[in-house]
Ligand binder design. Structure first.
Ligand code: PEP
Ligand code: CO
Length: 452
């Protein structure tokens, strides 16, 4: 992989198309200087890694593996610390173990990490006590503090987003392969967790079973490599096209363009316009890509997205992440799957049970009911079972800390608790206990599949 000083030529088609959700940079010359600098910086991921992930996703489409994709709604620069990254990875590893062991299926682990610094917003501005300011669009663009200075988009933040991504990914890679993710550490991952919590105890019992299985294998003389490290992939929403474009480089092996900001990038529900800049950009890169699909999507739209983003029907190239809402999934998902089935296209279908289930609590906090999250996942399994297709994975927003942002869960959080530890920079996340509860439920649903 070569790091060219200039972004790739032939990757500029998106510039002529409408690009939704882009910041109003006050100084375009400064933006150009920053993207020029970004274009000279090393790639964060390598083309070969993206290709391996594409292969893993092809296995997901065939029903031979399951995706666990998750992390913060919005990462922050302040959150790029060893402790915070470890806590998130630890939660992801614990969930993955519950799923691997409980559902007996390989888990493709993809963080919403190391690059998730830009957010689409439903309104361009926000008004507090009569003062109107630009909305917070993620740390890559502006600051969350409610001052005119912080809220003014600043291109220098793109460089900081790059460096925070590099630091985070470096930590993730070290944790994934440097011994921390060794399966013999299953108990250690639970150590700083509230052991008395119902999900912590349930996890502890499962870890005990894994211990015995490992001891059995060791006694048999088997100690496979795979038990000592995990494969971890990074992903984020490809929202800021100037940033993604600056990190798009030719693969030294083939000359093909890869967006080296993450292994997988996705297009959000608000930017998936088939004639828009985001879809055009994503169609030009070789990474595996995903698109979020909400309840308003029609079968025709989905087929057009597939035709544009995966014209060669390459397995694992395009993943669809549905986010319908618990009340809609059972009606809204079947026609989309059937349309894809009728064309004989194999697609990894992933369920995001978060973004269709957000509401405002009486306290004014944006929240989600854990029961709605579970219900949407349940509906997702039911629909796929009914149609004979594969439920391919879940996409969630969680954090490793014991925040109080979503209500419900086995360690019941009620609406009146939300103020206790509400820290998200954007959408409400599952805390560690809720994330584990969800993993146990998904493992159970997966295990009860008809062909198991
Ligand atoms: C998100 O994933 O944080 C998000 C904004 O999702 P969606 O595009 O599905 O609304
Ligand atoms: Co979100």
């Amino acid at each position: 992989m070569t790091a060219t000083a200039e972004p790739m030529t032939g990757m500029d088609g998106w510039r002529d198309l409408p690009a939704a959700q882009q910041p109003d940079w006050p100084d375009p010359a400064r933006l150009r200087a920053v993207t020029g600098e970004l274009a000279g910086l090393p790639p964060l991921v390598f083309a070969g890694e993206c290709d391996v992930l594409r292969g893993r996703l092809a296995a997901v489409a065939r029903g031979e593996a399951f995706v666990l994709q998750g992390g913060d709604c919005a990462e922050t620069f302040a959150g790029a610390t060893a402790d915070a990254v470890r806590a998130k990875l630890q939660t992801l590893l614990q969930m993955a173990v519950v799923l691997t062991y409980g559902a007996s299926v390989p888990i493709v682990k993809i963080g919403r990490m190391a690059g998730q610094f830009a957010k689409p917003r439903s309104r361009a501005t926000e008004t507090r006590e009569g003062v109107e300011l630009p909305a917070y669009r993620g740390d890559a663009i502006n600051g969350i503090e409610y001052t005119a200075q912080a809220r003014t988009p600043d291109p220098a933040r793109l460089l900081r987003a790059y460096h925070c991504s590099a630091v985070t990914l470096n930590l993730c890679r070290a944790f994934a392969t440097g011994g921390y993710a060794d399966l013999h550490q299953v108990h250690a991952w639970n150590q700083d967790f509230v052991r008395e919590s119902p999900s912590g105890q349930r996890y502890e019992r499962l870890a005990g079973e894994i211990d015995r299985a490992l001891a059995f294998m060791r006694a048999c003389g088997a100690d496979p490599e795979e038990l000592h490290a995990v494969e971890f992939y990074s992903s984020h929403e490809a929202l800021l096209l100037d940033y993604e474009h600056a990190l798009t480089r030719p693969d030294s092996r083939t000359g093909q363009p890869y967006d080296t900001s993450a292994h997988l990038v996705w297009i959000g529900e608000r930017t998936r316009d088939i004639d828009g800049a985001h879809v055009e950009f994503a169609s030009g890169i070789r990474n595996p890509v995903a698109v979020k699909i909400g309840p308003s999507a029609t079968p025709a739209e989905v087929l057009r997205l597939i035709a544009k983003l995966n014209p060669d029907r390459e397995p694992g190239r395009l993943t669809l992440i549905t986010r319908m809402g618990a009340g809609r999934i059972r009606d809204a998902l079947p026609p989309l799957i059937q349309a894809v089935q009728a064309e004989d296209i194999e697609i990894p279908w992933v369920c995001d049970p978060m973004h269709g289930n957000t509401f405002e609590a009486p306290s004014g906090h944006k929240t989600r009911r854990f029961d709605d999250v579970l219900d949407e996942v349940q509906g997702f399994f039911e629909v796929h079972r009914g149609l004979g297709t594969h439920p391919g994975g879940i996409h969630i927003e969680f954090t490793g800390d014991n925040v109080t942002e979503c209500v419900g869960g086995s360690h019941e959080i009620v609406a009146d608790d939300l103020y206790r530890r509400y820290e998200t920079a954007c959408d409400p996340r599952l805390n560690r206990g809720q994330a584990l509860d969800l993993a146990f439920m998904v493992a159970e649903s997966y295990r009860t599949r008809p062909d198991a």
